[in-house]
Design a binder for this molecule. Structure first.
Ligand code: NAD
Length: 492
């Protein structure tokens, strides 16, 4: 069990880690300049090595993540941290050939007979900052996109996953040269030094607050950023939804990794008069999934005591402001395993409606009609995800078009993220840019536009002196009569 998080310094100081990251960055940059366009076979070989690394070390990964959390459900580690990147890499392996092909574009009519296309070129050295809640999926996911796009990558992990970071470092070290892929640690000073490196692209996963800092630092180098942030993802339960089925799926979303997921349903919106019935259904579902919490190896701990204290404080604040709490088991045991608490009688003044919960607490609010529910969603920052249960097709279409969210799962939670052909990313406060699939490949490539002029193309007709017949005809075709000519012809 890990009560006090230990910052990762790999036995060195932050200062030493900063020197190391500078050396690695320069090394990767030089290596990229020496080999700026890895061919398909080389990229595929890297992804295959990554898949092999994950398969071979799956049990060590489960153990390391478990040690960092206190308890981390092994099946969830295998599903998300091991299978997640494997699925993503396999998807890239089957599509990279197509992604890498130059994509033909049409020329303007005036330039017919010439050709135009887009070439996707590796950007160079990509910086990846990950967080502790899925320390592998959220660093290896961007890494897969970076490698598929032909880049090199330097990864900075969270100080809250020391053992996983150490394992990742040795696994990556065994299958990549440091000038291809490397990993650095360190605490806040090291994180700030990392941001200051002139990467060719930076992918940051974390909170909107730190995301702002990262973007400010990246701006000094005009480094493009992908910000994978969080937010309050609503779950709208429609009037015709099967309440017990919706409650089970939402309970699962809140219990998976103990709700420490960027795409967990943050709060539920249920039709007026249904909150008590829904809350009871969530409790029943949770208890069925986790009959016991204390010592249950399938129920994940809150990552540190500080994080657990914040969650308890959210509950205290709600209780003080008049909410009703429905605990579905022990609130916190020695291993920081904290059962789900469903909260009803919630209002927007409560702290748990003002910040992302990121833990096993489910506020339930009532709405009168779909418009009210959508208005409530729109009043908040744009969330990373939105879930809607039991809506008609017309209602689904309205929710999709009239609310904003990074991604949506209909009739369940979170699974859109696991479809690696879909882009994954936020919007507004929940982030910018995407990875996964074709969009991820393009995000980490430079889309270079190329125009090729054929030898016999008579572009000279558009050189000065201006006003020849071809120029006059084409101006007339595209611009119509000039206002001056038009008014003369009316007068005439
Ligand atoms: P955080 O923002 O505190 O930390 C994220 C990472 O940034 C950590 O590795 C941390 O070491 C590093 N960091 C801290 N200060 C930094 C700085 N000044 N410069 C650069 N890096 C710095 O977030 P957290 O508490 O670790 O994670 C929870 C948040 O992350 C939630 O908001 C959650 O929704 C979000 N999240 C988003 C996704 C996603 O894919 N969109 C996934 C997981 C978590």
């Amino acid at each position: 069990m890990n009560a006090v998080p230990t910052p990762i310094t790999f036995g060195t100081t932050d200062a030493a880690e900063i020197r190391r990251m500078h050396r690695l960055f320069e090394m990767q940059r030089a290596a990229f300049d020496a080999a700026p366009y890895p061919e398909l076979a080389a990229r595929k070989a890297k992804l295959r090595r990554l898949i092999d690394m994950l398969r071979r070390n799956q049990n060590e990964i489960v153990a390391a993540v478990n040690a960092d959390f206190g308890v981390r459900a092994g099946a969830e580690t295998k599903l998300v941290e091991v299978m997640g990147p494997i699925l993503e890499a396999r998807h890239a392996l089957s599509h990279m050939r197509k992604w890498m092909k130059p994509r033909r574009r049409s020329t303007e009519l005036l330039f017919l007979t010439n050709s135009a296309w887009v070439e996707y070129q590796p950007k160079g050295v990509v910086g990846i900052i990950g967080t502790w809640n899925f320390p592998l999926y959220l660093t290896l996911g961007p890494l897969i996109a970076a490698l598929a796009a032909g880049n090199r990558a330097l990864i900075k992990t969270s100080e809250f996953s020391p053992r996983t970071t150490a394992l990742l470092r040795s696994m990556l070290g065994a299958c990549f040269a440091e000038d291809e892929v490397a990993i650095v640690g360190g605490a806040v000073e090291a994180a700030q030094a990392f941001n200051a490196l002139p990467f060719n692209h930076l992918v940051f996963t974390g909170s909107p607050r730190v995301g702002r800092e990262v973007m400010r630092a990246a701006a000094n180098n005009l480094t493009p950023v992908t910000l994978e942030l969080g937010g309050k993802s609503p779950a709208i339960v429609g009037p015709d939804a099967d309440l017990r089925e919706a409650a089970l799926r939402i309970a699962h979303g809140k219990a998976f990794n103990a709700g420490q997921i960027c795409v967990a349903p943050d709060y539920a919106l249920v039709p007026s008069g249904k909150s008590a019935e829904f809350a009871a259904a969530v409790r029943d579902a949770f208890v069925k999934l986790y009959p016991a919490i204390r010592g249950n190896p399938e129920y994940t701990s809150i990552v540190t005591e500080r994080h657990a204290a914040r969650l308890r404080q959210l509950l205290d604040d709600a209780r003080t402001k008049g909410a009703t709490l429905l605990p579905c088991g022990d609130i916190v045991g020695a291993a920081r395993q904290m059962a789900l608490t469903v909260v009803t009688g919630v209002n927007e003044r409560m702290q748990l409606m003002q910040e992302e919960i990121f833990g096993p607490i489910l506020p339930v609010l009532e709405y009168d009609c779909l418009d009210d529910a959508m208005a409530l969603v729109r009043r908040g920052d744009r969330p990373l995800s939105l879930y809607a249960f039991g809506l008609s097709r017309t209602e689904q279409r309205r929710v999709l078009r009239e609310t904003h969210a990074g991604g949506v799962t209909l009739n369940d939670w979170g699974w859109h993220v696991f479809q690696h052909d879909l882009p994954f990313g936020g919007t507004g406060n929940s982030g910018m840019g995407t990875y996964h699939g074709d969009e991820g490949f393009r995000e980490l490539s430079h889309a270079k536009s190329v125009f090729k002029r054929q030898r016999w193309f008579p572009i000279g007709l558009f050189y000065p002196p201006y006003g020849n017949l071809v120029q006059r005809l084409s101006m007339r075709f595209y611009l119509g009569k000039s206002p001056h000519e038009a008014s003369n012809s009316v007068k005439g």
